[in-house]
Design a protein around this ligand. Structure first.
Ligand SMILES: Cc1ncc(COP(=O)(O)O)c(C=O)c1O
Length: 351
């Protein structure tokens, strides 16, 4: 079977470098918030084109601390797209604010500006946009024109955007991401020095200096080993993204007649997704042809049991996307012959 993702292929070439880094970290005696985390923050800020980067323990933490860092809490509403991973919404709930789901653009699967305009209320305090599957949302100027803080959920879009349109970008280093960790990890990037300083406190129990706590928070730290690993992987990110682009462009050229997610020259193809008119059948045929597929995601947030109570706006495009989306293998380590197997399987399966 051609796998949907195979992390062993990504991990093994970096094993030697990781072992060296782990040896050094163990000998140094510093395993949290040391020189590796600092170096990775500097390199990542440079890579993204922001003045600050604050390493945290996950993408969910990156979102939650950003919301807390801009002062959101109970009584605040945060608008976000109904087609995204659940943590985009859970982060809003974690600070006590209320998520407000809006619809997506039917071609790009990213947040629709018109839906945001319809959902605004006097309590709207921020907007979260998601560069879904690695496709830049491209309407950030319109979104910032509402005069509210825009947070970019970049959990799936490492390398797709340079600089920031919003007040902050929240990254995840979950192992399958384009820049994936060997455990959990996340990063907030921002050009706002005050926000960065607050985030540094919020990731460590609200501590300003040892045993002086000026904010109520919890532990959201990244480990030194994770930072060292991510520093190694960052050097490979652009090559990996180029390979992903080559693979997806080949799929699209060979099978142009299916409903692929709308493309973009900066798309980094964390996932290669198309819409099927009969997903069950399509996935069964792909599997019979030796190719694994996935579904990201089978339910819109408006349909998730834990989130339904926040579903106040109709989101038909997001629900349609959830009902029809299929993800096909698209990772840098795929061999050319596996890519051709996916093309052959798509030819006979995709409708
Ligand atoms: C769009 C999106 N936002 C947020 C997250 C949360 O990231 P993490 O799993 O690192 O907490 C993810 C990862 O699953 C994601 O895909």
């Amino acid at each position: 079977m051609v796998p949907l993702v195979d992390l062993a292929r990504r991990f093994t070439p970096s094993a030697g470098e990781l072992h060296e880094a782990v040896d050094e970290i163990l000998r140094s005696g510093t395993i949290l918030l040391g020189s590796h985390t600092e170096r990775f923050e500097t390199l990542f800020a440079e890579y993204v084109g922001t003045t600050h980067a604050v390493a945290v323990s996950s993408g969910a933490s990156a979102l939650q601390l950003t919301l807390a860092g801009i002062g959101l809490g109970p009584g605040d509403e945060v608008i976000l797209p109904a087609m995204t991973a659940v943590p985009t919404a859970s982060a809003v709930c974690a600070v006590g604010a209320t998520p407000v789901f809006v619809d997506i653009d039917a071609r790009t699967a990213t947040i629709s500006h018109d839906s945001v305009a319809r959902a605004l209320s006097p309590r709207t305090s921020a907007i979260i946009g998601v560069h879904l599957y690695g496709r830049p949302m491209r309407n950030t100027n319109e979104l910032t024109s509402f005069g509210l803080p825009l947070i970019e959920d970049c959990a799936q879009s490492h390398g797709a955007t340079h600089g920031l349109s919003g007040i902050a970008g929240a990254y995840s280093f979950y192992p399958t991401k384009n820049l994936g960790g060997i455990g959990d990890g996340g990063m907030v990037v921002t050009n706002d020095a005050d926000l960065a300083e607050r985030l540094r406190r919020l990731r460590a129990h609200g501590q300003r200096e040892q045993y002086l706590h000026v904010d109520v928070s919890q532990n959201h730290r990244m480990s030194e080993i994770e930072a060292a690993w991510l520093t190694i992987q960052l050097r490979r990110l652009d090559d990996g993204n180029r390979r992903r682009r080559t693979i997806v462009n080949h799929y699209r050229e060979e099978i142009p007649d299916i409903s692929w997610q709308d493309n973009d020259s900066d798309h980094v193809h964390h996932l290669a997704v198309f819409l099927s008119s009969n997903r069950e059948v399509t996935r069964r045929k792909m599997s019979d042809s030796g190719v694994m597929t996935g579904v990201h995601y089978p339910l819109a947030l408006t349909q998730q049991p834990a989130m339904m109570k926040f579903a106040t706006n109709p989101c038909p495009e997001a629900e349609n996307w959830a009902a029809r989306c299929v993800s096909v293998p698209c990772f840098p380590e795929l061999t050319d012959s596996e890519v051709e197997s996916v093309v052959r399987a798509l030819r006979i399966s995709a409708t």
